[in-house]
Write a protein that binds this ligand. Sequence first.
Ligand code: ZN
Length: 274
Amino acid sequence: MAKLYVVCGHGAGDPGACAGGYTEAERVRTLGQRIKELGGNEVVLADTSRNWYEDTEAGRGFHSIAPGCPVVELHMDASGVPNAKGAHIIIKEGFDADEHDEALAKRLAEFMPGRADRIVKTSGLLDPNVCGSRGIDYRLAENGFIDSPEDLAIFSERLDELARIYLEVFGIAAQAAAPAAPTPQPAQRETTENFGGTYRCTVDYLRVRDAPGLGGTEVAHYSSGETVTLDNWYKIADGYVWGRYTGYSGATRYIAVGKATGKPEADDYLVKVG
Ligand SMILES: [Zn+2]
């Protein structure tokens, strides 16, 4: 008997919110898939090729299911406002938060802090309204802000912990031998005392990005022989070591120092000169 029905927001051509090289539709599908992988038969993952909002609007979606177990619809927020971050859940206005809502909101807010209200009630969203009128035990979870680099990093690098929050809240034991995530991101050190300094570019064209990783948008580049001063922060992502500096505009910039081998290499893109 299933204990949780998971719906992933957006999709079928609707990317949802976009930031940091990711789309909300893709991120919440990755999370939904992981909840299903870890939760096994006690989790039902609704068809991820669909856009449930559109289906419900068209009289299908939540009009056509009778899950017989709690439902969670996965989303990420976006604000365009610097420093907005944190997870929260949304339930239908007029309904009281139940035990699952309270527990999920508490765990998500601890995992991705930042929102003043952990539980928001609204009467203006289609899916909660249809579920409310049909007696479906429903909540919508905003898993942080996709345009908060901090939330996005927590989401992507600690995906299994996030997935396990859902399982634990809904009383599902995670599978012992769950397959590894497709792109495991082990916890990495993100600062070191002697990483920072002046680096010289050794390649003809080295991209500067707005996020650490190949998904970051190119915002500038360095040419061979130019120097850049990095701070002590670094991160390993997509097989590369990423360094960081603050651009003239005040924006944080990220640049690949070289392949992640655990030590400086002769063919690194940036070589420390001071
Ligand atoms: Zn959304």
